[in-house]
Ligand binder design. Structure first.
Ligand SMILES: Nc1ncnc2c1ncn2[C@@H]1O[C@H](COP(=O)(O)OP(=O)(O)OP(=O)(O)O)[C@@H](O)[C@H]1O
Ligand SMILES: [Mg+2]
Length: 260
């Protein structure tokens, strides 16, 4: 897609549980609240973003990102679902079937890392933001996201002493992807579960600044409301619009819009 209007943001980090899905889900809601048209693409076999945003169970969806990627014909129209739990957020579901997509792509696709790019071409200009939730790995699914993304966000769990483990590999992988996507840039590093009073958070913050850079001014605090909103399949905006964690995602959305 050569359209410079649509910002395609891949939220990626092969470290599991660092806040990728949470970032995708709540950023989507905040972009919509700021008047933007948003599509979420779930590329994770765990399908957590789909379980939160989608009205259907991923197992019952005929065309998910897995079928979209693996099929010879372009099933994009069938994959797009506009009727989600989040008003004005469209969704391409993920599903467990993504577990075999990698092998299927390697066997059948002339360009296994660029299949998503090819399949999304008809969407040119239809959305302001496309947010891609990547799985916790740096294999073909994440490469498909990075080959089409204009920007990448790296969430880091700042409350964990292991928050930066493997980050050098991630940066190396992103740099390698520049060979097939020269437009890709690091939009920002996002500190999740961050508490400025905690020494471990301060340490991770300064190490992240040093090893990755581009830290967002906004940080996301630790809050039980994140899990609660997921249980009720709501955005934080609907669940508790005045909570600190919701205001943080709102501030992040504004920071991103200002930045691009
Ligand atoms: N700010 C936060 N405060 C409290 N809990 C959070 C916060 N952000 C995320 N969580 C919780 O941490 C867990 C991991 O978050 P999330 O699922 O977003 O990570 P992930 O990187 O997508 O994980 P995976 O690599 O498995 O896809 C989830 O249970 C989520 O609800
Ligand atoms: Mg996830």
């Amino acid at each position: 897609m050569d359209n410079i209007q649509t910002k395609i943001i891949a939220v990626a980090n092969h470290k599991g549980g660092c806040g990728k899905t949470t970032t995708v889900v709540h950023l989507a809601a905040e972009f919509v609240a700021l008047g933007k048209k948003v599509l979420v693409i779930d590329l994770d076999p765990q399908a957590n973003a789909s379980l939160h945003i989608g009205k259907k169970h991923p197992g019952e969806v005929a065309v998910t990102s897995a079928e979209l990627l693996a099929s010879e014909s372009n099933l994009l129209i069938d994959a797009l679902d506009e009727d989600t739990n989040f008003t004005n957020v469209s969704l391409i579901y993920g599903s467990l079937n993504l577990g075999k997509t990698e092998d299927q792509l390697k066997e059948n696709s002339p360009r296994p890392n660029e299949e998503l790019k090819y399949k999304l071409e008809p969407l040119d200009g239809l959305y302001d933001f496309i947010l891609i939730d990547c799985p916790p790995s740096l294999k073909v699914l994440t490469s498909n996201a990075l080959s089409i993304a204009t920007d990448v966000i790296i969430p880091i769990e700042s409350g964990s002493q292991y928050g930066l483990y493997g980050v050098t590999d991630l940066i190396h992988h992103i740099n390698k992807m520049h060979r097939i996507n020269a437009h890709l840039k690091l939009l920002g590093t996002l500190l999740i579960k961050h508490d400025q009073r905690q020494n471990v958070c301060k340490l991770i913050q300064s190490e992240a600044e040093h090893s990755i850079g581009q830290l967002f001014t906004t940080t996301i605090p630790l809050s039980t409301k994140v899990n609660q909103a997921a249980i009720f399949q709501q955005s934080l905006l609907d669940f508790d619009s005045k909570s600190k964690v919701r205001l943080a995602f709102q501030s992040l959305a504004k920071e991103i819009i200002h930045k691009i």
